[in-house]
Write a protein that binds this ligand. Sequence first.
Ligand code: AOF
Ligand code: ZN
Length: 376
Amino acid sequence: KMTNSYPEEQKKIDEMYMERALELAAKGRGTTTPNPLVGAVIVKNGRIIGEGYHIRAGEGHAEVNAFKNAVEDVTGATMYVTLEPCSHYGKTPPCADKIVEKKIGRVVVGALDPNPLVAGRGIEKIRNAGIPVITGILAERSIALNEVFMKYIVTKRPFVLLKAAMSLDGKIATADGESQWISCEASREEVHRLRHELTGIMAGIGTVLADDPMLNCRIPGGKQPVRIIVDSHLSIPETSKLVCSAKEFPLVVATLEKSDAAKKERLEAQGVQVIGVSADDGGHVDLNILMERLGEMKIDSILLEGGGRLAEGALKAGIVDKVQFYIAPILIGGEGAKTPVEGRGIAALSEAWHVSDWKAEMIGDDIKITGYIKER
Ligand code: AOF
Ligand code: ZN
């Protein structure tokens, strides 16, 4: 018979192994999309006898990999897993069944799986087989690690991260438009890693016309993000670096349905995926509809890199989930110097977007601030 008592020393031990499972989970960063980052550890007689993590969608789940790597019989052992074991047949069979089959003696779970196909059923299956399950161990850490998955699996829309690098006085360029390099090297490296970690990278046509960017990932062995350009009137130059590299690195151009059909065809012949989206109230690509479409394309996360007009549109459309701003110790000045969020902005402070759970940390010479945008 199970009792409700959960001794403090046991909790400490459970947290220690869960910590290890989280460490393993993080190794999947950038490759598991659209699946979550999950780690698992099997412990018997006070020793780790198996470890595993999820590497790629379609391949083994963390639990399965831990079983595969086990160096001893797992009967009666404790399994630590950062996310509730699955209960459904997806690309792979249910891990909950596997845990029962392998005669695991006790299961310690981090976060619950919000996937409607799982959502508590995994734990229920295991408990029904008479195996005790403890939940919620370092759950916040598992949830934070999976902020993308947690949103995408429930809403089917991508998690959007708005990133900006600015001076202490809030400028992202000089009045003449010089913007390289405001932030320090460490910040730039970190931002570049985001291109590997997030599935898509999005920019507005203004940025394309001004900078002719490539928006690819230049980390050796890095994953290439799907490049998404919001271009209501289909003005992207056919000679731009983006278009010329479309056969090598995926490029999606989102434009109004009524845009120039002949140009659309020419772009498609160059390997560009052009998607027609209906207009919002302002006559631009409706960003909410675009997010739905991108979600259907299995794009679970987007790095919104600029410019300021698109950032404002994204905030107004309510599609931004998280902000990550880098502040460099320089002052630029100039009324005409651009800032991270342009357009008309808001008229009254009561309409401001609020950032919650915000955190600041030093990165090289810069200050990095991250936080979440609450629904207004
Ligand atoms: C993972 N890795 O380690 C765990 C997951 O299509 P499938 O079979 O890969 O199932 C994906 C779902 O499985 C995923 O949405 C999540 O709900 C659940 N758990 N997924 O990719 C894992 N434990
Ligand atoms: Zn599973």
